[in-house]
Design a protein around this ligand. Structure first.
Ligand code: SF4
Length: 352
């Protein structure tokens, strides 16, 4: 389940989690569109500042830089103040996605007193709630407790891939696909909804490999999920992925790859969405020519579950550079950021 060399390498890049940040302020709060009730609606997103994911005590996922936002000295009282601020921030909306830098259901991160305070307070305002969790905190007992507050809740789980080799040797997730299935069954038994997160193009994987892994993972997760969010890699600070990217050994996926995954999986049983973080930017999914239009079309298709405009745009676009990239990668012994490599050759910093 764990590749210890990879776990050690990821851990060695993590900065100290002792911070002097404001313990009473959430990391961030904003409104955005999502479709948690089957139609596009304005949704509030709050990232609570916590002590962080319990997995950080051992290592971290290879792409996860949320540890940059944690504070190990957060108390229950600090969390209560943050919850009050989140409550006040929700002026226009009744749908809330609450993120932490880990798992909202992990009692080491959100102690029971703070969890109860949150659920009680939000139950008079929130009509639909989404919280994130690793699989190990999705237990029958905790689900019954969440349900007891009467808030319609969807649990989001980072599966990343349905392939255990990828989970272990590329993502360093410290879990398995069968654990995800187990958690999904617990949710189903409790009549609770599930959003599955998949990672498009983990490190050490080619572009085409990433597309095929994501398509297969969508198909494998669909029977268990209400919706599946395909998250193309975005490069976060102090992560293994950032280290590889800086060396030119990793390129975030092309937006065309995101489009291919969405178009190929239109007919699965659950909704498939993608809201690319940092889309069309250097650290996020991008094509060779920078163009926000494809990002907008991906968002709209995801929100409306109508992929016709996206498909039409994709079919008409000039994708020769993308196709050449896929072909060239097949000839390389390792996955490489070809654009960056060529730039370095032109600048004379790499001799061939
Ligand atoms: S489980 Fe989630 S929060 Fe924890 S290290 Fe992985 S991606 Fe980050």
């Amino acid at each position: 389940m764990i590749n210890r060399d990879l776990a050690r390498e990821v851990k060695s890049l993590m900065p100290s989690r002792e911070r002097d940040t404001d313990r009473n302020s959430p990391v961030s709060m904003w409104n955005e569109m999502d479709r948690l009730r089957g139609t596009p609606e304005e949704t509030t997103v709050v990232i609570l500042r916590t002590r962080g994911c319990s997995w950080y005590d051992f290592s971290s996922c290879s792409m996860c830089g949320y540890f940059n936002d944690v504070n190990t000295n957060i108390s229950v009282d600090n969390l209560k103040v943050q919850i009050d601020r989140a409550y006040d921030f929700m002026e226009r909306t009744r749908i809330l996605k609450i993120f932490t830098s880990g798992s909202f259901l992990d009692q080491r991160e959100v102690p029971e007193e703070a969890f109860n305070y949150f659920m009680k307070k939000m139950s008079d305002k929130v009509e639909k709630l989404l919280v994130e969790s690793r699989t190990e905190y999705v237990t029958d007992k905790i689900m019954k407790k969440v349900k007891s507050y009467g808030v319609d809740t969807r649990i989001a789980i980072g599966v990343e891939s349905s392939n255990d080799y990828v989970i272990k040797n590329m993502v360093n997730k410290g879990t398995t696909f069968s654990k995800f299935i187990n958690a999904a069954k617990i949710l189903k038994n409790n009549k609770m909804e599930l959003r599955s997160y998949l990672l498009l193009k983990p490190p050490y994987m080619s572009e085409e490999g990433g597309v095929q892994d994501a398509i297969q993972s969508v198909k494998d997760c669909a029977p268990y999920s209400d919706d599946i969010s395909v998250n193309p890699m975005n490069i976060q600070k102090n992560t293994l992925v950032e280290k590889l990217w800086k060396k030119g050994e990793y390129r975030p996926p092309w937006l065309w790859s995101v489009v291919r995954v969405l178009l190929e999986t239109q007919n699965v049983k659950s909704d498939v969405i993608s809201y690319p973080t940092g889309g069309d930017r250097e650290r996020g999914a991008h094509n060779d020519d920078r163009n926000q239009e494809v990002v907008k079309l991906i968002f709209n298709a995801s929100l409306n579950q109508d992929f016709r405009d996206l498909e039409d745009y994709y079919n008409r676009a000039d994708k020769r550079k993308y196709m050449a990239h896929l072909k060239n990668e097949e000839c390389l012994p390792i996955q490489y950021d070809l654009d960056s490599f060529i730039r370095k050759i032109s600048a004379g910093s790499v001799k061939i």
